[in-house]
Design a protein around this ligand. Structure first.
Ligand SMILES: *Cc1c(COP(=O)(O)O)cnc(C)c1O
Length: 357
């Protein structure tokens, strides 16, 4: 008798649907918060040489020491704090969740927020509590503090700025959540390059704070490099759950080389911030479009019929993210990544045609 998946696989896993990545071939890709700019030729040549010289027959440095040193310097990691590398910050979220997943343990976040918090926590066996955001997607301080008391989460995730809403929470509200949390608070700063705000400098104030970053939104999404910054006593425990060699040798070496020229990425981020302001103005001028100010490299906007607008944009060659139906607070919402000025113009043209037609 052949064994079938339903005999062996966990019931919660059987009920899950796989993370869906839409086919973007031939489309202007504005759905995944990627940096639209490639690397300049000089850096591409340097990366090519590095790949040629790298001993692919050898395992990578298990701790990624050279890359961590470079990150420390470029990202302003405070003295006394350690760095843990992940295969993207998704893997760091997984490590965090696995580490605290005692029977009955709870992870908390806000709603709507980054879907991977809930998804990974649930797979790790944690109960996940999402606290509804307040007006204008702000942090609802009283609701958060009450939920901390009630659920006593081992782990609380706050994306700063938040995805998919794009706003920065009030820093005092976040600090109060960190102070009152009975467990760890992870401030996810995936979009920090576009926000000019961070909790990195406040790590020493808060013994239960960890700051998570990624190179994905900065221009290196394909390398899959995320990292967690925090006190050595926390990171030493988390490091036990990290698989050996979790960041491959090419990613380590290329990231280290590109970050040696970090100004290239930071200039691209600055260009994206300027393009964001232009795009927001253009969206604000469109009747029937309600766009939210953003501190990230994307803009959330609401239309009367999001499914039709999504389809209309796609038919005109532009892929955005349709959030309609993903959460009650996101009814009618689409999320567009800020691209190059040309890509943004293509998006606006397609949007005007779609709304007009
Ligand atoms: C995109 C994103 C990440 C990045 O995940 P990686 O696995 O590092 O690519 C993390 N957190 C938030 C809130 C994001 O939007």
């Amino acid at each position: 008798m052949a064994v079938s998946p339903k005999d062996l696989i966990r019931e919660d896993v059987l009920r899950l649907s796989a993370y869906h990545v839409p086919d973007s071939r031939g489309l202007v890709k504005l759905d995944a918060m990627e940096n639209p700019y490639g690397l300049p030729d000089g850096l591409r040549d340097a990366v090519g040489l590095l790949a040629r010289e790298t001993a692919l027959n050898r395992y990578p440095d298990p701790s990624g020491a050279a890359l961590r040193l470079r990150l420390r310097e470029v990202m302003g990691v405070p003295a006394g704090m350690d760095i843990l590398l992940g295969n993207g910050s998704d893997e760091i979220i997984q490590i965090l969740c696995l580490a605290v997943a005692k029977p009955g343990a709870v992870a908390m976040g806000v709603d709507p927020s980054f879907v991977m918090f809930r998804m990974i926590a649930t797979i790790a066996g944690l109960r996940y509590e999402g606290v509804p955001l307040g007006a204008g997607f702000s942090l609802d301080r009283p609701a958060m503090l009450a939920a901390l008391e009630r659920h006593r989460p081992a782990l609380t995730f706050l994306a700063y700025p938040n995805n998919p809403t794009g706003n920065l929470f009030d820093a005092d509200d976040v600090a109060e959540v960190i102070r009152r949390a009975p467990g760890l608070v992870v401030v996810d700063e995936a979009y920090t390059a576009f926000a000019g705000a961070s909790f990195m400098e406040r790590l020493s104030e808060h013994p239960n704070l960890l700051v998570m970053r990624t190179l994905s939104k900065l221009g290196l999404a394909g390398l899959r490099i995320g990292f967690l910054v925090g006190r050595p006593e926390w990171l030493a425990e988390l490091d036990k759950l990290r698989l050996p060699y979790n960041v491959n040798v090419l990613s380590q070496r290329v990231a280290e080389r590109v970050l040696a020229s970090a100004e290239v990425l930071l200039e691209q981020a600055a260009a994206i911030r300027i393009a964001r302001a232009v795009l927001l103005d253009a969206l604000a001028a469109l009747p029937g479009v309600d766009a939210l100010p953003s501190s990230a490299n994307f803009i959330l906007f609401q239309v009367a019929d999001a499914d039709a607008v999504f389809a209309g944009l796609k038919a005109r060659g532009v892929l955005v993210k349709n959030l309609n139906g993903s959460h009650p607070r996101l009814a009618g919402c689409l999320r567009v990544t800020v691209g190059t000025p040309e890509e943004n113009q293509a998006f606006l043209r397609a949007l005007r045609e779609t709304l007009g037609g």
